[in-house]
Design a protein around this ligand. Sequence first.
Ligand code: NAD
Length: 374
Amino acid sequence: MSVVSIIGCGFVADLYMRSLESFPHIKVAGVHDRDAARLRVFCDHYKVKPVASLQELLDAHPRDGLILNLTNPSAHYEINKACLDAGHHTYSEKPLALDTGQAKELHALALDKGLMLGSAPCSMLGEAAQTLGRALREGLAGTPRLIYAELDEGYLLQAAYKKWLSDTGAPWPYEDEFNVGCTLEHAGYYLSWLIAWFGSVRTVVSASAELLPDKIGKGPMAPDVSIATLFFEAGPVVRMTNSIIAPHDHSLTIVGDKGVLACDEAWDNAAKVTFAKRLNIRRKLMESPIRKTLRLPQPTHPKVKRWGAAALNFMLGPAEMLDALKTGQQTRISPDFALHMTEVTLAIQNAGEDSGAQKMTTRCDPLEPMPWAR
Ligand SMILES: NC(=O)c1ccc[n+]([C@@H]2O[C@H](COP(=O)([O-])OP(=O)(O)OC[C@H]3O[C@@H](n4cnc5c(N)ncnc54)[C@H](O)[C@@H]3O)[C@@H](O)[C@H]2O)c1
């Protein structure tokens, strides 16, 4: 039997509880939330133990267990630090911290104390990412050169997001989501796959902007769009887009010397993964219109049913860490992985308009439309 304790039981905690059903050997020792009413509703529903204070939870949590930090991003650093200071292995929802300095501090603390420190997302351990990873290792598409990773959410402000509720009635925290921004919230869904396959990013060239100033929320808002070019040490160059403006598109396109690997959904562990071979037919160069669906030869991991926009098992990462604790093996969910993902994501998000940009010295007005187009 393995044990987790949960800090923060809002919207996403319900998705963790759904995922936990697929790992019956993992039990919840206790749950803490600073919102006492929310804590009561959640614990009554799932029949888990409410813990009134953070200190009580840290005192009661067993050393061979894992704490899941599911609080809002603004609390991640403080809660992750408190867990590590108390000597506990910790898995944090993304991002690990809101600035790279704080993320580095947490990373050093975990290494110093010999503790595990992981950060969501964990979908790189899921079937779609692992299927693509195998195809890349086997060279199915040849050397990967250029990758397009899209994380566009549609024109979110016109969605009924104020009505979105979790299983136990937690509202989708839209103010917080707008404050934190779609890049910090979502870039990890493909960055984690890319870093899992290729390792470090050498350089980030990015631009980001807030294009929807009418959002409801407190304080300064985060960018609604970011467009980044990522130069991986291992060779591939990635164009990554995050937005809450452009029509929903979660596609990943990996262009190699021999063809194109693709997946159309980052938020589905079982998303379809395909390969289209490059062909020369007579004098025409093309990717085969018949795409081969790739499958792994053996059973993979427990899946969860689609809920809302996602069909993700949120416990793949924590379960991997708990297994490593039991067997004494290295976990794939390392502090290095969490820190690098955080640094790259923050570089994309914080780029703004001027970071590394070339200011133009010439200008040009829009053209008059043609008379028949007026
Ligand atoms: N909402 C989603 O669809 C979704 C999906 C995947 C991941 N996430 C991530 O999950 C995390 C939580 O998001 P959420 O949507 O559940 O937010 P939420 O606001 O619904 O829930 C967060 C909970 O944490 C509690 N909390 C905050 N600070 C605390 C503290 N210092 N001590 C104790 N409790 C504290 C709040 O009271 C709240 O109940 C975020 O990092 C987010 O990026 C959210």
